[in-house]
Write a protein that binds this ligand. Structure first.
Ligand code: SF4
Length: 376
């Protein structure tokens, strides 16, 4: 049996945040029909998958999965358990936004078997939260973490965002300080990216908001790496930090180039060297599932050199590259081509090297994009 991760996209949100370019829907009349489509789509794939795979992680992402009734999430989990082989220690994550859950809802979430919570806090600073048009304030963010913790969730992650327009080092540091005081074992720290088509992009084009420059972004990132490492959070991927044993299994599978099935609008899948992605539009997704059982918009079969390239890049961005495994899967070409550069990176302190394993140091992660672009 091989490992498989499942991603389930829940596109519904309370409102649209100014910086968001995810496919999210603020009209809610189709929620029940959407979940019926998810169950149909799952059944379409399950017969083939059952023969070969065991499910190691399930991730409800969005959108805002915590916005919907937990009974609906439970209907998906129950069907997964009925139709697929699920590992006894399966990690089941639900992305959550503060302001969409109370203690009663959290108890319902717990009864579904969801055992990992990823909370989109983004900032503890009231001015920043208002700027980002989040629905929560600082107090609600902190209360949400404690409500989950006191309800028995040990595996809690929070998302924080840096390099917001006007964000000082002092505000970013106080966000990080507040984060490590909470009972969270995992922190994701992302730089605010300006995406085309967002309200924020228009504000920038209209001259109403000014983004900060790349050097300052790098300073804030390095500050986060240092601060989180000083406080016991080990960096295991470009944007992810955790206490020992609390790395996200779902993230790790992705960074290790393992196979995954995505269900729902805009979800991507990668199985048998083939990648495919679903329709983004809710209507097209549901119509396609109703008529065919699946909703693939397009697909591609990756060639061996493309697979090797992805394998190397994802592992290096993530938990590190096992050279022996690389050799077994894809031969020695990549290493031979890049050996001298790897030696140079090692001597300059950008990577660590143990037997057949190479991994970025904090300095390496900070320059990761530039370094990766130099490999060939
Ligand atoms: S809550 Fe998340 S997915 Fe929904 S609009 Fe805001 S950023 Fe986008």
């Amino acid at each position: 049996m091989q490992d498989l991760s499942l991603y389930i996209h829940i596109p519904f949100c309370d409102h649209k945040c100014i910086y968001c370019d995810f496919y999210s829907i603020i009209k809610h009349e189709n929620i029940n029909q959407y979940f019926n489509s998810l169950l149909t789509e799952l059944s379409f794939y399950s017969e083939n998958l059952k023969k070969k795979y065991v499910i190691k992680s399930i991730f409800f992402g969005g959108g805002t999965p915590s916005f919907v009734n937990p009974e609906l999430l439970n209907s998906v989990i129950t069907k997964i358990r009925e139709e697929l082989n699920v590992d006894d220690r399966v990690e089941i994550t639900m992305e959550t936004n503060p302001g969409t859950v109370d203690k009663n809802k959290i108890l319902l979430v717990k009864s579904t078997g969801i055992n990992r919570i990823s909370i989109g806090i983004q900032s503890f600073d009231e001015t920043e939260l208002k700027f980002l048009t989040r629905i929560h304030d600082r107090e609600t963010a902190i209360k949400t973490v404690y409500d989950f913790y006191e309800s028995g969730f040990e595996n809690i992650s929070i998302d924080l965002m840096f390099n917001l327009p006007g964000q000082t080092k002092s505000v970013w540091t106080s966000n990080l300080k507040q984060a490590v005081e909470l009972p969270v074992n995992h922190i994701s720290a992302y730089s605010l990216i300006l995406e085309k088509g967002t309200i924020l992009n228009k504000m920038v084009l209209d001259g109403k908001v000014k983004m900060q420059d790349e050097d300052y972004d790098a300073d804030l990132y390095e500050l986060a790496i240092q601060f989180l490492s000083d406080n016991g959070y080990r960096q295991y991927e470009v944007s992810n930090f955790s206490k020992k044993g609390f790395e996200c299994l779902h993230n790790l599978a992705y960074w290790r180039h393992k196979e995954y099935l995505g269900l729902g609008t805009s979800a991507h899948s990668f199985i048998n060297n083939k990648r495919w992605w679903n329709y983004s539009s809710l209507r097209m997704y549901m119509n396609s599932v109703a008529s065919k059982g699946y909703a693939v918009r397009s697909s591609e079969l990756l060639k061996p050199d493309e697979l090797r390239e992805e394998y190397v890049m994802l592992n290096l961005r993530g938990p590190g590259l096992n050279l022996k495994e690389l050799y077994v899967k894809y031969g020695n070409t990549w290493y031979e081509h890049n050996k001298k550069y790897i030696d140079k990176l090692f001597q300059s302190g950008f990577i660590i090297r143990n037997d057949n394993f190479i991994k970025f140091t904090s300095r390496g992660y900070a320059l990761c994009d530039e370094i990766l672009s130099n490999f060939h």
